[in-house]
Write a protein that binds this ligand. Structure first.
Ligand code: ATP
Ligand code: MG
Length: 653
């Protein structure tokens, strides 16, 4: 599809220049691109100086055994010291680190001095429990400050954490505990979600009955909801007992830059989740830099809020490690955006004067569906920058976000990255880039990315292909935990010497990158490659459509036929006339080849717990197959509803 069709989608070519005020004081200017281009490793060595090292590194990158990278390998540091203590030592102990808002409305304020005390106590507790550097700790907690404290305490004693999203089942927890061979599990009685306490401890009790979890000696339980819990004597301990009685002082030990920091599983959008290993010095360097550059963070005055769960990489990098390494003040919210009302997020943003806000397209589309009047009730004038991550953001949602949350004046940074990349890779810089709705645009300074064809040749501007990263980067994954071969096969075998991201992309006439969805999702229709993202964007640009997911189903005539699943907006009624109109709308926007064969209105789409649409399950349905891995699906009843609706409900050519 030509880039004209994208412009068409927007009805006109729209560019948004950085606000003059922001550009004038931006943390990073255009000169950074040049500096990094001239000396990429020198650039990263410079960024590493954002951190406080116990031993300064002298070597930036050891790439002698690709693709197993070693960044800053002779440097030593303590990650938790960098995120907490050094700010207190610099005189910022009274600065708020976390404004916590519980779902029921309870609040807590943690300054950097408070955080230091709690992290030290928790580190002392882990040590008392026999946790040594290198031991793995599983963390299965709601979005409460103890989650941050637990992660930092692990980092402080050199015990890699494996955070498991609190909404996952006992099964998902058990496999992650087994895979990492965890020694301790940190959990809570429960957390507050959707207006009610939701238990966590029973899932831990169940998970730990499974074979392969025997090495868990201790379960440390935070009291949050005061639900009744079963208790295994000798194994279970209350956090407030054990952590509460520890000394608030703890001397951090320095670890090698390549010391493992955490294992984290991918979201499972394309298949069974992969356990990604991240290490310390390179990771923290890139996370601190990208948080500073992409969000233009001014730690003295900004209030940052990333709405992700700490169970996802976005929560690791842009709630815990990036903001705290940079001494930021941030908001942390426990619950769902619609509890007790659909304006909860905007109410919180107003209350704390949030200036930088980072969320996912799925949340933006949900807000669009709920109506413009909801954010309009709140004073969002403190916001000066908005971010998006997790999926391609369709231009309609981008524009809505800017207009209704950003008052038509804030820049939007659409950040492309993955669990594997650790930090943001492709994104506008808010003080530099004239933004284009729907495009992640340019690799950050120090990052080398391009788009290639099947033969690994770089495609010219105006064409599409596969997104690849052509140089190692500091926060890259080091391997898949315990499976180097899968690391090689998944990322490094498709194209020699290039990291294969698994995403389709195109470069427009200006060379800007547009993400087109998963390579597995790209459709082949009568000899044409058509991206799911483009057809979805076209559907969502119709006033009756709130959300869309598109898949290609095997078809004897055209190789694949486009099937679209759409959620209609509140006021739109399902009718044959409407599905015909939608098909015509797509044909008009993108050309007749992209016209969906079938359009099926549905009440919900299958999404991962991180809010991404799982097209592979829709494809399974469209092709009448048994469903693949559903362990990371939010709600499996969604699939039954869709399946029940399928026969006869679709409109056929
Ligand atoms: P799995 O790897 O298990 O299938 P996943 O890829 O969804 O799951 P994540 O690492 O959480 O797991 O997500 C990274 C992916 O999310 C990227 O590869 C890309 O497909 C998508 N993504 C993230 N941010 C953006 C963005 N700004 N624009 C387009 N796509 C994005
Ligand atoms: Mg992935």
């Amino acid at each position: 599809m030509s880039s004209e069709s994208l412009a068409n989608l927007l009805k006109e070519e729209r560019r948004f220049e950085p606000p003059a005020e922001l550009a004038a004081h931006a943390n990073v200017t255009a000169e950074a691109y040049e500096r990094a281009r001239d000396d990429r490793l020198g650039f990263w060595a410079e960024q590493a100086r954002r951190l406080t090292w116990a031993t300064e590194p002298t070597e930036t990158l050891d790439w002698s055994n690709p693709p197993f990278a070693k960044w800053f390998k002779d440097g030593k540091l303590n990650v938790a010291y960098n995120c907490v203590d050094r700010h207190v030592e610099a005189g910022h102990g009274d600065r708020v680190a976390i404004h916590f808002e519980g779902e029921p409305g309870d609040t807590r304020t943690l300054t950097y001095a408070d955080l230091q005390r709690e992290v030290c106590q928790a580190a002392n507790a882990l040590t008392e429990l026999g946790v040594r550097a290198g031991d793995r700790v599983a963390i299965y907690l709601p979005m409460i400050p103890e989650a941050v404290v637990a992660m930092l305490a692990c980092a402080r004693v050199g015990a890699p954490h494996s955070v498991v999203f609190g909404g996952f089942s006992a099964d998902a927890l058990a496999t992650r505990v087994q895979d990492a061979d965890a020694r301790v599990v940190i959990t809570a009685d429960g957390g507050h979600r959707k207006g009610a306490p939701s238990a966590l401890k029973p899932a831990v009790d169940e998970a730990l009955t499974r074979p392969g979890t025997e090495n868990v000696r201790t379960v440390l339980v935070v009291r949050r909801t005061e639900q009744e819990v079963e208790w295994t004597e000798g194994r279970d301990l209350w956090w407030h007992d054990v952590v509460g009685r520890q000394s608030p002082e703890h001397t951090p030990q320095a670890f090698e830059a390549e010391h493992p920091l955490f294992i984290l599983y991918t979201s499972g959008t394309t298949g069974k989740p992969k356990g990604i290993l991240h290490t310390s010095g390179g990771y923290l360097t890139q996370i601190a830099y990208t948080h500073h550059a992409v969000f233009d963070l001014k730690p003295e005055t900004d209030v940052f809020w990333c709405t992700a769960d700490i169970g996802w990489v976005t929560g690791h990098s842009y709630i815990v490690y990036g903001p705290l390494a940079n001494g930021a003040t941030q908001v942390m919210y426990e619950g769902t955006p619609d509890t007790p009302h659909k304006g909860r997020w905007w109410e919180i943003a107003e209350k704390y004067g949030v200036t930088l806000f980072y969320t996912a397209p799925t949340a933006i589309r949900a807000s669009m569906k709920w109506g413009d009047d909801i954010p309009a009730k709140f004073d969002l004038s403190s916001l000066r920058l908005l971010g998006s991550v997790g999926e391609p953001i369709n231009p309609e949602a981008w524009i809505w976000y800017r207009e209704h949350i950003g008052a038509g004046r804030t820049p939007i940074v659409d950040t492309w990255w993955q669990t594997e990349t650790g930090g943001v890779m492709i994104s506008p810089l808010p003080g530099v880039t004239a933004t284009k709705p729907g495009s992640a645009q340019v690799p950050l300074p120090g990052i080398a990315a391009t788009v290639v064809d099947d033969e690994a040749n770089e495609v010219p501007d105006g064409s599409g292909g596969y997104l690849v990263l052509t140089e190692p980067w500091p926060s890259m994954l080091r391997t898949i935990w315990g499976d180097d071969q899968r690391y090689l096969d998944t990322y490094w075998s498709r194209f020699p010497n290039r990291y294969f991201a698994g995403d389709g992309a195109k470069k427009d006439d200006d060379g800007d990158v547009w993400l087109l969805g998963r390579v597995d999702d790209v459709m082949l229709v009568s000899g044409h490659n058509i991206s799911t993202t483009e057809v979805e964007s076209a559907l969502v640009s119709h006033p009756s459509v709130a959300e869309a997911a598109v898949v290609g189903a095997t078809d004897p005539q055209t190789t694949q036929a486009i099937c679209a699943f759409v959620i209609l907006r509140g006021t739109a009624a399902e009718s044959e006339g409407l599905t015909e109109e939608l098909r015509a709308h797509v044909a008009k926007q993108l050309g007749p080849i992209a016209k969906p064969r079938r359009i099926l209105p549905v009440a919900e789409l299958p999404k991962t717990r991180s809010g991404k649409i799982m097209r592979r399950l829709l494809r399974d349905i469209a092709e009448n197959r048994e469903l693949g891995d559903v362990s990371t699906l939010t709600d499996s009843s969604v699939m039954e509803l869709i399946q029940a609706k399928l026969p006869g409900a679709a409109s056929e050519d």
